[in-house]
Write a protein that binds this ligand. Structure first.
Ligand SMILES: *Cc1c(COP(=O)(O)O)cnc(C)c1O
Length: 377
């Protein structure tokens, strides 16, 4: 079946007892035991498993083409479980332009715990090869990256480490399986902040790890989920499924608008550079055209005149909201350097835009009046 069909029917069941078509939210934390002490229905205690969460996990595994999924209370909790599934002394390779929270988690928290890490520009495969070590166990890919939208060739990275005891994880938050299928390209894991496009309405915090095959590493992820307990709560799992039902239509519309906005910005003199893989002169355009179904609804751009003009432009948008995060129905603009910790490479004239579901003409008009306002300075 096509992914759109699976998404449209996310959480559709025939509820035993009521015949309800939409799965109920199961809030019970505990479940009846039989006289002999057994649990024939499989549910024991909600930290271990919960029917609402299980349904979401099965659906996510299915749409990513994986065998299993663990969901967490945030994308960061999902990332932490994956790092922790390795051992102190193991080495991980991170994309240089990885989401700042993941970088911080790897370098600060798990660095102190004993993980070794190297950040490398993965758009250059020879650099990846150069930095692989005998004790490298994980390659962390994010493509398009955040916020510079660098494109990494997933298939080539996977081919490079094949046959070695190295797992590849792709952070698929920005693409969802609708635009990119990392497991089909050879990755072992996909990570999602379900907070973003999957839930899609800026009202759920959640994360997921999906495995292509059930490996000992994934068994540890499952064990960490159940014992450390940063699980996705049933209500958030239910809201995520509700959001996923409209994902295909949302993301396609958002992507179409993003393309138009990228083309518009590319023509404006007040804009220095537009970072969007759908633009023909983007260095990752060819790879993105092969491995992505479309170029997504996220873009960044630098503003002439540096940080003051960038901040001023963001201050003048009216339809587009100023906030962090992405993937909701409302468009968000953000001056990225001021939310990231010091020491990151993000240009201070860079704005990141998450294109929402508003009419694209309203978004273009909004950007236009903001750009006009800074141009007269
Ligand atoms: C937001 C985000 C995360 C972290 O997820 P949370 O749900 O905020 O914990 C990880 N990776 C990417 C690419 C993100 O955008």
């Amino acid at each position: 079946m096509n992914i759109e069909t699976l998404l449209a029917q996310t959480g559709c069941v025939d509820d035993v007892g009521t015949g309800a078509l939409v799965a109920p939210i199961q809030l019970s934390t505990t479940y009846h035991r039989e006289r002999d002490g057994s649990y024939p229905r499989g549910y024991v205690y909600t930290r271990h498993n919960n029917p609402t969460r299980s349904l979401l996990e099965e659906t996510l595994a299915q749409i990513e083409g994986g065998v299993a999924c663990c969901t967490f209370s945030s994308g960061m909790a999902a990332a932490a479980a994956l790092f922790q599934a390795f051992s102190p002394g193991d080495h991980i390779l991170l994309s240089d332009d990885v989401y700042h929270g993941v970088r911080h988690l790897a370098e600060e928290q798990f660095g102190a715990w004993g993980l070794e890490w190297t950040r490398v520009d993965m758009t250059d495969l020879s650099r990846v090869e150069e930095h692989l070590q005998a004790h490298t166990r994980l390659v962390w890919v994010e493509t398009p990256s955040n916020p510079l939208l660098k494109i990494v060739d997933i298939e080539q990275i996977c081919a490079l480490v094949r046959g070695r005891d190295i797992a590849v994880v792709v952070d698929g938050t920005w693409t969802t399986p609708l635009l990119q299928k990392p497991l089909a390209l050879g990755a072992d894991f996909v990570l999602h902040s379900v907070t973003k496009y999957l839930a899609g309405h800026s009202d759920v915090l959640g994360g997921a790890v999906i495995a292509s095959v059930d490996t000992p590493v994934f068994e540890r992820v499952r064990s960490i989920q159940q014992t450390l307990g940063a699980v996705l709560d049933p209500f958030s799992a239910w809201l995520t499924m509700r959001g996923m039902r409209s994902l295909a239509t949302r993301l396609r519309t958002q992507t179409k608008s993003a393309r138009r906005i990228a083309a518009y910005l590319d023509e404006r003199r007040a804009i220095e550079q537009v970072y969007y893989p759908g633009l023909k002169d983007h260095p990752g355009h060819a790879v993105a055209s092969c491995q992505m179904e479309d170029y997504g609804a996220m873009l960044s751009f630098t503003v002439r005149g540096g940080q003051p003009n960038a901040v001023e432009l963001a201050a003048r948008t009216r339809v587009i909201k100023r906030a962090t995060s992405l993937g909701g129905t409302e468009s968000l603009i953000e001056h990225r350097a001021s939310i990231e910790p010091p020491g990151f490479d993000t240009p201070d004239s860079l704005l990141r835009l998450s294109v929402g579901l508003e009419h694209v003409d309203d978004l273009l008009t909004d950007l236009d009046q903001a750009i006009e306002a800074i141009s007269v300075h």
